[in-house]
Design a protein around this ligand. Structure first.
Ligand SMILES: Nc1ncnc2c1ncn2[C@@H]1O[C@H](COP(=O)(O)OP(=O)(O)OP(=O)(O)O)[C@@H](O)[C@H]1O
Length: 294
């Protein structure tokens, strides 16, 4: 279990993390989403012990990873580019990591690199972006750490490399590794994550993926008979995702005290169809800016 309690971090006078709290059980696949600059990378670096928090704790099995540095070995951070290893070859990087991580699996590292046709003797600087991301993923997974934090692992790589990275990750998850993946590719995250952490204003909300699909916020396609009622469209319990002619796609908080769903029914729409809720919809609901205005 990894427990993050009341974690705060200010960088250059900006409070990036503000009292972040959550727990991660072993064997989960966790997606971390948030707007650009929300603090995902800062959170990962603090969770992995690279940054020291101003307040709060990160505990692995009840022990602070900052107070007991050996506990950091249980949490590996895979950055979006392995710049720190650019002047090393893949093999040299593995040697370096095997000195740090006693559980480092050299066999897994070289076999997987061989399967992926990545050279062991070339400097990482000479790798393409896709090769670098595959290499860092293999290197991180080879540590056999129980918690692996991946910062945008498939960003900017081609479809084949993406599939290879995702396959490696799913194999690790099946073996019980907890993966924490930050990504802006919500469709991809939706397929693999069972828990979603939404970062906003330095804080975090935890969502179960099942809860996302069956929670209080529902998605509808609705066609009104006359002009769409502006007060309803602009209410805080409603968010317009799309409008084509008189066809609206909306998110409605079905548990809101003002009864936005009942009200929609009272307008006697020509069509009112319930659609499946996607992770992208949750993202817009939680992090979208102002509501529909036009
Ligand atoms: N070394 C640094 N020096 C100054 N400001 C920083 C530093 N690292 C992060 N920040 C600031 O902290 C905030 C959070 O950055 P962070 O990289 O953690 O966000 P993010 O959610 O990972 O963003 P993105 O989705 O764009 O990668 C940003 O406003 C960023 O400018």
């Amino acid at each position: 279990m990894l427990t993050v309690s009341n974690l705060s971090k200010t960088i250059d006078g900006q409070a990036v993390l503000r009292g972040v709290d959550f727990k991660l059980e072993q064997g989960r696949v966790v997606g971390v989403v948030g707007r650009n600059g929300a603090g995902k990378t800062t959170l990962f670096k603090t969770m992995a012990g690279i940054l020291i928090p101003d307040a709060g704790t990160v505990e692995y099995e009840g022990q602070s990873i900052h107070a007991t540095p050996s506990k950091k070995l249980n949490i590996v951070f895979i950055p979006d580019s392995p710049e720190a290893l650019f002047s090393y070859t893949a093999m040299e990087s593995a040697l370096f990591f095997s000195h740090i991580y006693p559980t480092f699996d050299k066999g897994f590292f070289s076999n997987t690199l061989h399967k992926l046709e990545l050279p062991l003797d070339r400097k990482i600087r000479q790798f393409s972006k896709g090769m670098r991301m595959l290499f860092s993923t293999v290197l991180g997974l080879a540590t056999k750490a129980p918690f692996v934090l991946l910062d945008e692992p498939t960003n900017g790589i081609d479809a084949i490399a993406k599939k290879q990275v995702m396959t490696l990750l799913m194999e690790a998850a099946e073996e019980g590794t907890t993966l924490v993946i930050s990504s802006h590719l919500l469709n991809e995250l939706e397929r693999v994550a069972d828990t979603i952490l939404v970062m906003k204003a330095g804080g975090i909300e935890t969502h179960d993926m099942d809860e996302t699909a069956n929670g209080a916020v529902r998605k509808f396609q609705v066609v009104f008979r006359d002009e769409a009622p502006a007060s309803w469209l602009n209410s805080p319990s409603v968010r317009v995702l799309d409008k084509i002619g008189r066809v609206y796609t909306v998110l409605v908080d079905t548990k809101a005290p003002i009864g936005a769903l009942e009200e929609m029914g009272k307008f006697d729409p020509l069509l009112m169809e319930h659609l499946p809720m996607k992770l992208e919809d949750l993202f817009v609901w939680k992090l979208g800016g102002s509501n529909y205005v036009g």
